[in-house]
Design a binder for this molecule. Structure first.
Ligand SMILES: [Mn+2]
Length: 280
């Protein structure tokens, strides 16, 4: 039993996947403005911001925009773009109504179908992140929309100085904010891979080496997310912390199109801003 009261949900709606999710307010914030959804085929994290409880309302609204996709194995990429557009509209309306500047990050993966084959549609707005472990490989699948990332890209900030960068929490795109299209990437579903979706309360406390270390030492997804949150709390828990983990079974049938034909798979639209999402 964890000493910080996290909630871990392990779902098996899709037999090839094992998932776990955990969230904690951390040690410094009164409430938890993170929200998440971890039900096949939707695995997303939203980190809300805004005065009073506007952040929590915003992140909850973002997650709610995706609930209609839950339980389906035939989701199309344009339906994900529609969900993001609905989330934008809802949060923007909330922001206008409350005048508190409500917004939210949104990141994660949705398993979509294209020509009958399943892919991960990776999506991102803001500075929550998606990571992927495949064998000894650990990679980030998203690019932050943040002032820090802009300074890194411009060469004004060195990678070794990110830990002490003062304006870590300034994001440049948010659900509900203008000029904030989502980025998209498409990735074939691979046997044995592990996908981590998290808010900055996790990746801001743990280095990528630490994230990988924890993931490599806990095969069970529930134990892994619990260990990730415990580690973030040990580092101070300065922010709300959320982690969603999706494991694709290592023994997935190689003849199953789920994991076959990756090289031959259809090319999906991989531009960062499909038309469907740019007008959100
Ligand atoms: Mn946060």
């Amino acid at each position: 039993m964890a000493d910080h009261g996290v909630t871990v949900v392990v779902a098996d709606a899709e037999p090839q996947l094992r998932t776990a999710a955990s969230t904690d307010a951390g040690r410094h914030r009164r409430g938890n403005e993170d929200a998440h959804l971890a039900e096949f085929p939707v695995y997303i994290v939203a980190d809300g911001m805004g005065g009073h409880d506007a952040g929590a309302v915003a992140s909850a609204a973002v997650v709610r925009a995706f609930t209609g996709l839950v339980g389906r194995d035939d989701v199309r990429p344009d339906e994900v773009a529609d969900a993001i557009r609905r989330a934008h509209q809802t949060v923007a309306a909330l922001s206008d109504r409350t005048r508190r500047g409500a917004g939210s990050t949104l990141t994660g993966v949705v398993q979509v179908r294209h020509d009958g084959l399943p892919y991960w549609l990776v999506l991102n707005v803001g500075d929550s992140r998606v990571y992927r472990v495949s064998g000894a490989r650990f990679e980030r699948m998203t690019i932050d929309h943040s002032y820090m990332q802009e300074q890194l890209d411009a060469g004004n900030l060195a990678q070794e100085d990110v830990d002490t960068f003062e304006h870590k929490n300034v994001i440049t795109r948010a659900v509900g904010a203008p000029d904030s299209p989502a980025d998209y990437w498409v990735h074939p579903v691979e046997a044995g891979e592990r996908i981590l979706i998290c808010s900055d309360g996790l990746h801001g406390e743990l280095s990528e080496a630490e994230l990988y270390d924890v993931l490599a030492h806990h095969a069970d997804p529930g134990e892994a997310v619990d260990a990730l949150l415990r580690r973030a709390l040990d580092h101070g828990g300065h922010d709300n912390i959320t982690a969603v983990l999706v494991d694709v079974a290592p023994d997935a049938d190689p003849l199953d199109p789920l994991v076959e034909e990756q090289a031959e798979g259809p090319r999906l639209e991989t531009s960062t801003t499909p038309d469907e999402a740019t007008d959100a």
